[in-house]
Design a protein around this ligand. Structure first.
Ligand code: 5GP
Ligand code: ZN
Length: 114
């Protein structure tokens, strides 16, 4: 999608600090980290949010979780723990409308989230 920030990172038009990549998924560091480790995992395919996931996207959605496992290990936060978050639309606090999973770690998280 031409006017999508994360599609521009996938295309290489905007630089991203990439930590993981495979055929279907890309992961890069958040530009404004909210924890010592803050990584965004996105599908290379443009999907606006969880609301727009189709049944055909089932394996792609699973790929994002499997990528999270690899990334947590690479970052050394698998044992200490981490949080994964998908924000959706206004109440969820979504600001970039290309579906992404936040991986946050390296500090104690609080619950409930704000
Ligand atoms: P959301 O608020 O939609 O759940 O998350 C969007 C995230 O994208 C935010 O945490 C924000 O800091 C991050 N972000 C916004 N613009 C950029 C950018 O140009 N590069 C990177 N790496 N992250 C960005
Ligand atoms: Zn996009």
């Amino acid at each position: 999608m031409s006017d999508c920030l994360f599609c521009s990172i996938v295309a290489g038009d905007i630089p991203g600090d990439i930590v993981f990549e495979n055929e279907s998924v890309l992961a890069f560091r958040d530009i404004d980290p909210k924890a010592p480790t803050h990584i965004l995992v996105i599908p290379k395919k443009h999907i606006r949010s969880i609301n727009e996931l189709e049944s055909d996207d089932q394996s792609l959605a699973g790929e994002m979780l499997i990528a999270a496992k690899s990334i947590a290990k690479l970052e050394g936060i698998d044992d200490s723990g981490f949080r994964t978050v998908f924000n959706t639309n206004d109440d969820g606090g979504q600001t970039v409308f290309h579906i992404h999973m936040h991986i946050l770690g390296g500090r104690q998280m609080t619950w409930p989230p704000g």
